[in-house]
Design a protein around this ligand. Structure first.
Ligand code: ATP
Ligand code: ZN
Length: 758
């Protein structure tokens, strides 16, 4: 019989045993004389292969890191293919300098995912790799350096005479502790003297050794689960039944319907099996509350992953995912590239959120790649939202996703009542209608909280001259500069340029400059005039800049008692505000007439999400929507029929107008100081693309934000009914583009499934 402890070491994570624990295919090949070159993925933004000679004394597996010469530099890359016929002549091949890993750091499944991503987004593999590997691994130190260490007595340590420490109590204390057991690094650091350790090691009485990271042991629920509603129970059963197979689900649950409880109840059965769960969130801001809810529920390690972690913390999370010692990882976009040992389920909350798509460099959509990952892992994936994207709804319609619905709030509370406030011919007080102020007063008097939504940070969108009408503009962008009263600056929200507030008008020299329009900073000031007794909490990018500020402002809101909460779209994202009974949407009119075909969808989502913050506790909620256009079809539709019906008709419209998600799209962008160069370059792309008449073109067009940071911006849209057709054309264009001299004079990008058309 196998002893118990040996069984558990089989599953333990050591780099010697990493191949087994990372589930790798046996692609280790001892290099033979016949092999010509190996292909290495390097972290450089170039669309080409990099082949190297492997000196006969070196051995390497696919997925291992190697150090190679690159121009005058040395780079750390990942072996991607063995035994390739090199792209260059044998004389030009340079040799690999060193092999860093004995066993792969990138398992086969992840390599497959990254290759897919590089192909799909037509992005250089090297940059895809950079997004996927923690920074410390890109530095090229052996992994063993990062594994946890522990301390134990050497043979002479064991034989040491206790009397010999009589002059050092601290050494005696540590030695004594080590006589009973080895101690891990963290324990030694927190409980014992560092210098005592150093001295014991110098005397060769104590030695350090590398320890293993073991898979987690699930110890059950830490708090009782809630009794599910019938809808919730159906959803949980459906996803549970798909365990062990790839199946995408969309959970469309109205705000406050208890989607999180569904996520929580899917997890225990997977933890029993030792599987891991990835929870993707669109924003860092949502990780603390989700972490709290998940770690309170399970006696199993729940980790977070986001860009605010230090390099060391990220590597730690990466190692724990790889070793199976992390049970649940809650993370933003790039968590989808973690090397889980056994992934059993992926959950994406707020799946409609645009932040799930990376908007610079490697422009991937975390939702779409997560679906690919689930397919590779053979596990279910659950996308949750109160306002699903038209993409996901379309996938349900096409039978690719299974739709699950939660139609009512879990608390039994009715959905908030929506009311349009017509601003025409009204005298407003600080941008608020008399009716809004009166209802705010009423709720505050009752001790309730009121939330005001205004999607414009700063004091005012611009300063204007009261004599000649001159407005403060950014010198580098086609945009006005926002007046920030607190920091006494004009800030461009597009390029970030700041300058001191001018004393005089730039047109006529008058000193009569005044703010135009209202931002959150100004509304905050006015609210404390209107309601001097009531505390105001403002949540926007400026008020949450300081580390920890966001969490402490959220904590304020969780306190009962009258309060005014004011903020930008930050407020709309998945937060649970139990004491808010009234939401006032101060101004949406700017968003009603946008040229972007996605604008109505996004506004519908935003309004529904903001409205969904009302009435989540015991008291019923109400939403006031202030507008100059109460007759606008979108507002009427949302108000009378709700998001689900609105989305259905929006999708129909996309079908009729041949727009995504009913068509596939890609966008070329060009930027340069000279506008004509961009236009010319895109024209060249457009002409080339004409060879494929089944791909429709729109443009080249000047982007809605014509100039940013001094550069003019143009775009060319491509649409096709069939994805392969579009992608084949894109590959052909990209091969051409690299040979055009003009390509070096401008900055260009390709954005597949572009969401940002600004
Ligand atoms: N079955 C249940 N019984 C009682 N209360 C529940 C149940 N499920 C969820 N709740 C409670 O309902 C509230 C709202 O749940 P939750 O925050 O999960 O909603 P949500 O669907 O994620 O909302 P949103 O989309 O607005 O973020 C929470 O306080 C939660 O504890
Ligand atoms: Zn600017």
């Amino acid at each position: 019989m196998q002893p118990e402890n040996q069984k558990s070491t089989d599953f333990c994570f050591t780099w010697q045993g990493a191949r087994a624990s990372l589930n790798l295919t046996p692609d280790f090949v001892a290099m033979e004389a016949a092999v010509t070159a190996i292909r290495v993925a390097l972290p450089v933004p170039l669309r080409q292969h990099f082949d190297y000679l492997l000196p006969p004394e070196l051995e390497v597996s696919i997925g291992c890191r190697v150090r190679v010469p690159f121009g005058k530099r040395e780079l750390v890359g990942i072996v991607w293919q063995l035994a390739v016929k090199p792209d260059v002549s044998e004389q030009q091949l340079k040799p690999v300098l060193a092999v860093i890993d004995q066993t792969p750091v990138l398992p086969a499944l992840l390599r497959q995912l990254l290759s897919f991503a590089a192909d799909y987004y037509h992005h250089p593999l090297g940059e895809v790799l950079t997004a996927a590997l923690p920074a410390l691994l890109r530095e090229g130190r052996p992994l063993a350096d990062y594994l946890p260490r522990a301390y134990r007595l050497t043979d002479s340590g064991k034989a040491a005479n206790p009397q010999s420490f009589s002059r050092s109590a601290k050494q005696a204390e540590l030695w004594q502790a080590l006589t009973t057991q080895a101690l891990d690094e963290a324990t030694v650091k927190s409980h014992y003297s560092g210098s005592a350790l150093k001295q014991l090691m110098a005397k060769e009485l104590v030695e350090s050794f590398q320890t293993e990271i073991a898979p987690y042991h699930y110890q059950g629920l830490a708090e009782p689960a809630l009794q599910l509603t019938a809808d919730q129970a159906l959803a949980v059963t459906a996803v549970n039944q798909a365990q062990g197979s790839f199946r995408p689900f969309l959970l469309e649950g109205v705000t406050g319907s208890g989607k999180t409880e569904v996520y929580l109840q899917l997890i225990p059965s997977l933890l029993e099996l030792g599987q891991q769960i990835l929870v993707l969130l669109p924003e860092i801001g949502l990780t603390p509350q989700t972490l709290e809810r998940f770690s309170k529920r399970f006696r199993a390690p729940v980790l977070v992953w986001h860009s605010n972690l230090s390099d060391g913390e990220r590597l730690n999370c990466w190692l724990q995912a790889a070793s199976g010692s992390a049970a649940v990882v809650i993370g933003t976009r790039s968590a989808l590239f973690l090397p889980f040992r056994k992934l059993g389920l992926i959950i994406i909350d707020e799946e409609h959120d645009l932040s799930l798509k990376q908007q610079d460099g490697f422009r991937y959509h975390a939702r779409d790649l997560a679906i690919k990952r689930a397919a590779l892992e053979c596990c279910p994936i659950l996308l949750g939202s109160a306002t699903p994207s038209l993409e996901s709804l379309y996938n349900c319609q096409q039978g690719r996703f299974t739709k699950l619905t939660l139609t009512a709030r879990a608390s039994g509370q009715a959905m908030p009542q929506l009311e349009l406030v017509d601003l025409k011919q009204q005298v407003l007080q600080y941008g608020l209608a008399a009716q809004s102020i009166q209802q705010m007063q009423q709720q505050l008097k009752l001790g309730k909280q009121v939330m005001l939504f205004l999607n414009r940070r700063g004091f005012a969108p611009a300063l204007s001259c009261q004599d000649c009408g001159w407005l403060t503009e950014c010198q580098r962008c086609s945009a006005f500069t926002t007046y920030h009263k607190h920091s006494r600056q004009l800030v461009c929200h597009h390029c970030g340029a700041t300058r001191a507030v001018p004393r005089q008008c730039g047109g006529c020299g008058s000193t009569r400059l005044a703010p135009v329009g209202q931002g959150t900073e100004q509304l905050e000031e006015h609210l404390s005039v209107l309601f001097p007794e009531v505390p105001v909490t403002r949540l926007d990018r400026d008020s949450t800049r300081r580390k920890g500020a966001f969490a402490s402002l959220l904590a304020e809101i969780q306190q009962p008692g009258p309060r005014l909460i004011l903020g930008t779209q930050m407020l709309a994202k998945g937060h649970h505000f139990p004491f808010v009974t009234l939401v006032v949407i101060v101004d949406v009119d700017g968003a009603l007439y946008s040229a972007d075909f996605r604008a109505p969808e996004q506004l519908g989502q935003l309004l529904t999400q903001v409205a969904g913050r009302a009435g989540r506790g015991h008291d019923k909620g109400k939403v006031l929507l202030q507008t100059q256009h109460p007759e606008h079809a979108l507002l009427q539709d949302i108000m009378l029929n709700g998001y689900a019906a609105f989305a259905r008709s929006a999708l129909l419209e996309r079908q009729q107008t041949l727009l995504p998600p009913c068509q596939y799209m890609a966008l070329f962008r060009a930027e340069a100081h000279q506008s004509e160069l961009c236009q010319q370059w895109l024209q060249q792309v457009a002409s080339y693309c004409q060879q494929q008449p089944q791909v429709q073109q729109l443009g080249p067009l000047l982007s809605p934000l014509e100039r940013r940071a001094g550069k003019y911006r143009w775009q060319l849209h491509l649409y096709a009914a069939q994805r392969p057709l579009l992608h084949q054309l894109l590959s052909q264009v990209l091969a051409e583009v690299s040979q055009w001299p003009l390509s070096r004079k401008i900055k260009w990008q390709l954005d597949v499934d572009a969401l940002d058309l600004s």
